[in-house]
Design a protein around this ligand. Sequence first.
Ligand code: G6P
Length: 580
Amino acid sequence: MCGIVGYIGFRSAASVIVEGLQKLEYRGYDSFGVATNNPRIDVYKCEGKISEKAQAAQRLHGSIGVGHTRWATHGVPSDRNAHPHLDCTGRIAVVHNGIIENYAALTRELEERGHRFRSETDTEVVAHLIEEYYRGDLVAAVRQAIARLKGSYALLVTAEGHEEIVAARDSSPLVLGIGDQELFAASDVTPLLGYTERVVYLEDGDLATLDREGWHVYRADTPVRREIEHVSWDVETVRKGGFRHYMLKEIFEQPKVFYDTLHGITPESLPERYRRPSEITVVACGSSYHAGLVFKYLCESTCRIPVRAELGSEFKYFTPPLKGIVMVITQSGETADTLAALKKAKAYNCPTLAITNVLGSSVTRIADHTLYMRAGPEISVAATKSFVAQLAVLMQLVNLMSPKNDFAESLERANSAIEEVLLQDISRAVEICRPAQHLFYVGRGLFYPIALEGALKMKEISYIHAEGYAAGELKHGPFALLSEETPVVALCSPGDTYSIMLSNIKEMKARNAPIIGIGARGDRELIDIVDVFIPIPECHELVQMISTSVLLQLLAYQTAVALDRDVDQPRNLAKSVTVE
Ligand code: G6P
């Protein structure tokens, strides 16, 4: 999704901004652009990768500027539609993240008043609105312009004749970086790392000014105080650390991430009112939704509390009554559908609980209470360590809700189990997956959401069509697709579902499907019926589940590398989906 960076200070703004935009590449983008204020407004913008055009963009002069990575929503990816957008005079430059829902009506109105539009974007209307209201005071003009907007925005504006950047946010993330004689603004903290650890998270409805004298935040035209917070993520954390891809680095961070997150949640983390809810509704998207499904199985069986798991994008069609607590799970804390669900839950007066990885993200500002994962920044688009961190939070949550607290100790074994799995040779399984057009992932019980997540990883980064299925459901349709060309990844660990999984595998084998079986080390019965066996350490079922999940991440990763895919930035996907 779009990313924005702004800078005012003593360095070359274009250099800082381009470098910052590269750190935001993980959000997904199709074009990028920079405008500097020197004091003339100069713009460089184009479709394509930043790495190919960085030098040209960095030639812009000036120590004040704004930049943007665009992920097309209104208008195709193109040079013209890339941000920054200018007003008719070319003196006001705007970058925007979000969607202006009433842009069509505003555009008509402004065109009637003589404004000429150059792009198909919703954003350009903001530049013309500011021009319309401008009477020499940029801040006043921005204030009047945003009062006309419906939708979501994080905006940065700079204009000829003004040594300042005006920033505004409503339902899209925006953070300020406070340096020494220099100020930054960005969609998240990654572009600021290395320059400053002091950040200010703007709130919805805030308007901020950044100039040579300092920074100020306003609500309407009243100044408000915003605390400076310290971020402890360092630059090294966001670099690849010697790994070929961010995804691999993040997969290898999981033993520590799981341990840190598990120990980060203590009895004090969960207020009493969340301990014994009558029921729980979990809402999330993508991998976070799969973590929510794991929670459903685990919480219902351990705590006997009814749990429903809903997709964020479908929750708006769900008709209340809404009872008990509503819990949202979101790595980024910015997923639009998840935020909309949270707002709906609040409108129904349900106590709300958020699980996220990003301190100060939008979700933390809306939910009544937040539990944090300790995954650190996840750069690769495909979720890996954030998924495992979510599992750690959710398992601790069940521990805190359950009177018997019977698996806390077993989880201490998880980090060493993950370490073992990371050393596993899975090349034979990769050989089977690589040429496949279609793959099935099957599991039962707790392993069903893990099958869904494994299939999601495979399709996201290898582009192989992979479907996760509850193993028992395969007979109700997908059996028709099984053949020697449709490999099946079967999750078959010791536990409640083991024997019935063995029978299911035999049925699939009888339809000639090559089987990659994942099960406990030394399981002869399984080894004898599958084509390729991948062992995981035999331990508590929950630890086996985590180990299996890590293995499936590796399987997707190695298959994608073998197919020469763009692992960290798969086509058409975005890390943080901030539109519904
Ligand atoms: C995008 C990402 C997924 C992620 C999903 C939900 O689709 O590519 O990896 O699982 O959004 O994101 P969230 O930040 O809400 O967990």
